[in-house]
Ligand binder design. Structure first.
Ligand code: ZN
Length: 282
C-alpha cells in the first residue's frame, strides 16, 4: 500500500491515481486519526480489494502533496548509523546503543519544500524514515516490524555550526530549524519491499550524486532501533524515526559542500521514489 497526504487529506496512491480515503471508506480524512487506528485501517484495506479498482481516482499532483505525517507527536534522529559515515565524520562507531537525538516537530516539511537557509553551514543527510503504526513500549526486535506503518524518505538537514557548538553537541537544535525535516513523497508499507531491511537510499545535489547507500549497512537496523528506543520511550502511531545517513555528506568533503540558495536536493529511495527540496536565502 502506498499512501500520501494531499491538501491535508489521506489518500491511497494507485496506478489509476489518488483515492481519497475518507470518500472511499468510513475512515476520517485526517492522516493522524488513521495512523491512530492503523491495524483497523490495514484490515479494511485487505478486506476491500475492489475499492482500489472501482473507487474514484484523481490525478496525483506533486505540488499538492504534504508530508505523509504532517503532525507527528515525536520525531527521532539516529546519528552515526553507517560505518563509512561515522568514519568520514571522524566520530567513533556506537557499539551497544544508537546515538539518539530529537528533531523537533516544528521542523517537519513535505515534498517540494522550499527551506530557508539560516547560515552558510547547512548540510544534507539522505535517510530512510520509519513511520510507526502502533504504540510501542518495550518491543523486541522480533516484534518491531509489526509496529511499523510504513517507510518514507527524509532529509535530516543539519546546521553544522549549531550542531557542534557548546560543551556537548547540540544535535537536536542544529537539526530543527523550520523545514529541516522534509519527508515524503509517499508512505510505503513494509510488504511492498523485497526486503525492508535492504533499501537503496541516496541523494543528488543539482543533479550530481552525493550519497548512495543501502539500509542493509545500518549498524542498528530498523528492528534494533525500535527495540532500543522503545526500551525507554513509548513510541506512538505516526512517530518518525530518521534512521541515519550513509557516507557522502557535504561537511566531511574537502572543500566542504554546503547548501546554497537556489540549490535543488533530490533524495531517492527504491520503491518509495524521490523527495525534492529547494533552498532560499535567510
Ligand atoms: Zn541524520
Amino acid at each position: 500500500m502506498r499512501l500520501a497526504v494531499i491538501q491535508g487529506r489521506l489518500a491511497l496512491i494507485t496506478e489509476r491515481g489518488a483515492i481519497d480515503v475518507a470518500t472511499a471508506s468510513e475512515f476520517p480524512s485526517d492522516p493522524q486519526a488513521v495512523y491512530d487506528q492503523w491495524e483497523r485501517f490495514r484490515a479494511w484495506y485487505a478486506a476491500n480489494p475492489d475499492t482500489l479498482r472501482t473507487a474514484e481516482a484523481a490525478p496525483c499532483r506533486a505540488d499538492e502533496l504534504d508530508a505523509p505525517v504532517p503532525a507527528p507527536r515525536q520525531v527521532f534522529g539516529i546519528g552515526m548509523n553507517y560505518r563509512a559515515h561515522a568514519a568520514e565524520a571522524g566520530l567513533s562507531v556506537p557499539e551497544s546503543d544508537p546515538v539518539v537525538f530529537a528533531k523537533y516537530v516544528s521542523s517537519v516539511a513535505g515534498p517540494g519544500a522550499v527551506v530557508t537557509l539560516p547560515s552558510e553551514a547547512v548540510d544534507y543527510e539522505a535517510e530512510l524514515v520509519v513511520v510507526m503504526g502502533k504504540r510501542a513500549h518495550r518491543v523486541s526486535r522480533d516484534e518491531a516490524w509489526n509496529h511499523v506503518a510504513g517507510l518514507t524518505i527524509g532529509q535530516d538537514l543539519s546546521e553544522r555550526l549549531v550542531q557542534f557548538r557548546g560543551q556537548t553537541p547540540q544535535f537536536s537544535l542544529g537539526k530543527s530549524f523550520p523545514g529541516f525535516s522534509p519527508t515524503g513523497p509517499v508512505l510505503v508499507t513494509p510488504d511492498e519491499f523485497d526486503d525492508p531491511d535492504n533499501i537503496e537510499i541516496g541523494c543528488t545535489l543539482n543533479g550530481q550524486q552525493m550519497q548512495k547507500g543501502r539500509t542493509s549497512d545500518l549498524i542498528f537496523t530498523v528492528p534494533r532501533l525500535i527495540e532500543s528506543l522503545s526500551a525507554i520511550v513509548a513510541l506512538l502511531p505516526g512517530d518518525l524515526i530518521f534512521t541515519g545517513t550513509p557516507a557522502g555528506i557535504g561537511w566531511a568533503r574537502d572543500p566542504k559542500v554546503v547548501l546554497r540558495p537556489g540549490d535543488r536536493l533530490v533524495t531517492h529511495a527504491e520503491v518509495i521514489g524521490e523527495l525534492t527540496t529547494t533552498f532560499t536565502a535567510g
